[in-house]
Design a protein around this ligand. Sequence first.
Ligand SMILES: O=C(CO)[C@H](O)[C@H](O)COP(=O)(O)O
Ligand SMILES: [Co+2]
Length: 216
Amino acid sequence: MKIAPSILSANFANLLEDVKKIEKDADLLHIDVMDGHFVPNITIGPVVVKSLRKFFSLPFDVHLMIENPDLYIEEFANSGADIITVHQEACIHLHRTIQKIKGYGKKAGVSLNPATSLETLKYILQDVDMVLIMTVNPGFGGQKFIDSMLKKIEELNKLRETLKLDFKIEVDGGINIHNVKEVVRAGADIIVAGSAIFDSSNPAQTIKEFREAIEK
Ligand SMILES: O=C(CO)[C@H](O)[C@H](O)COP(=O)(O)O
Ligand SMILES: [Co+2]
């Protein structure tokens, strides 16, 4: 089980120091890219990813919440992303987009908004390294976990077993030390947490508490 702090809730004016706080305890760094079109918010682009890459060696998990992701995959790949995740809802030619990400030697993920069915991934599951289940509507940190998504995670986990596939299941949105265990029990391999980690007084300690809550 891996923990990926989302820098969406970090202090963007002090990003370097905030990421240093979690560097040793995090498994991945989750980077939320928003374009103001696919989601009603604008965050960061490849320039910031490239700047962070110079200081950190932990894997960068780049979550693209943008329209036309094909236009930016090369730039994000070259900026130092390790995993690039696109939204099913933003891709007209999803298979081509996934192949493009892999073509740059990166791990390829696909994400689903809460209202999008697992059925939409039926013909792509065998091609992806990761499926990212959104448990809030994407766009903002600090939102409430949508409980009905637990069933979706369980169904995806069962599907993975039935099809004998080995993609990872990442879950993103509204996760905290109180609900993380249920999310892991449902089948999550990677937990994204933004506000629960960066809004806490001691982000590194909060990651440890996440791990304790899961093991309990
Ligand atoms: O993709 C995202 C929002 O679209 C973020 O990764 C997610 O919301 C994390 O923040 P929090 O843990 O505060 O919900
Ligand atoms: Co995210």
